[in-house]
Design a protein around this ligand. Structure first.
Ligand SMILES: Nc1nc2c(c(=O)[nH]1)N[C@@H](CN(C=O)c1ccc(C(=O)N[C@@H](CCC(=O)O)C(=O)O)cc1)CN2
Ligand SMILES: NCC(=O)N[C@@H]1O[C@H](COP(=O)([O-])[O-])[C@@H](O)[C@H]1O
Length: 214
């Protein structure tokens, strides 16, 4: 059997249900001739690491705490730690064989700085991110809850999910694919999260495929 045409590196921080959606899609008509060759987590307890190991995908735990411990715990020291961390994350990926065609942030809860983005872009590797909101709305962490609150308090009628290009400004990169999610009156946050996660699992596959095809 010939090697898959496309290679993915997936960055995670948690449960990994979106990683699982990608694992399940690889090699099917949804993500043809594609394989995940590396999963990297910034959290050692991320269940997504177990999902990757169960799928025989190489994993790396890239630990920011180890970098912070080498610097003073003041703003300058933390900035220096993040610079080193991000530069080493880029090296980790650029030194891998095969290199990825696309890096997918799938619940990756770490803001990437130009120390990562620049060397990756120079290598011609695209970085995309799953964000549970529509372009220009609820950037950053906790987007689902913030939309749910806006539905209750401000009458927001819909939120959404997008896969977007990753740039230095958080969640501001061009949208690759989006899906609107209507907000339902008196719906619990858990129920909204469940509806949104189902859409995420479809959109992350579609967004990755569109990126590979572009
Ligand atoms: N430069 C970019 N980095 C990242 C982007 C992006 O668009 N540009 N997308 C995010 C994912 N994300 C939302 O989609 C997001 C993740 C995390 C945070 C955040 O505030 N992180 C904190 C730490 C939070 C924690 O560890 O619990 C931080 O990094 O200080 C905001 C947005 C991925 N990165
Ligand atoms: N800003 C990005 C963000 O908030 N992403 C959120 O992280 C979750 C990861 O779930 P998973 O680990 O089960 O894939 C996703 O469901 C998504 O809503």
């Amino acid at each position: 059997m010939t090697d898959p045409k496309f290679n993915l590196t997936v960055l995670i921080s948690g449960n990994g249900s979106n990683l699982q959606a990608l694992i399940d899609a690889c090699g099917t008509s949804a993500l043809p001739s594609t394989r995940i060759t590396h999963v990297i987590s910034n959290r050692i307890k991320a269940y997504g690491l177990t999902r990757a190991k169960n799928a025989s995908i190489p994993t790396t735990y890239h630990n920011l705490v180890a970098y912070k411990s080498k610097h003073p715990s003041n703003p300058e020291g933390i900035a220096a730690a993040r610079t080193e961390y991000d530069a080493d994350l880029a090296k980790l990926i650029l030194d891998s064989n095969p290199r990825p065609d696309v890096i997918v942030c799938a619940g990756w809860m770490h803001i990437l700085t130009p120390d990562f983005l620049n060397p990756i872009a120079e290598a011609g590797i695209k970085v995309i991110n799953l964000h549970p909101a529509l372009p220009g709305e609820f950037a950053g962490a906790g987007a689902i809850e913030r939309a749910w609150e806006a539905g209750r308090k401000e009458g927001l009628k819909r939120t959404g999910v997008m896969i977007h290009e990753v740039i230095a400004e958080v969640d501001a990169g061009d949208a690759i694919v989006t899906a609107e999610v209507p907000l339902k009156e008196a719906e619990t946050l858990d129920d909204l999260e469940e509806r949104i996660h189902k859409i995420e699992h479809e959109l992350i596959v579609e967004g990755t495929r569109k990126t590979l095809e572009s």
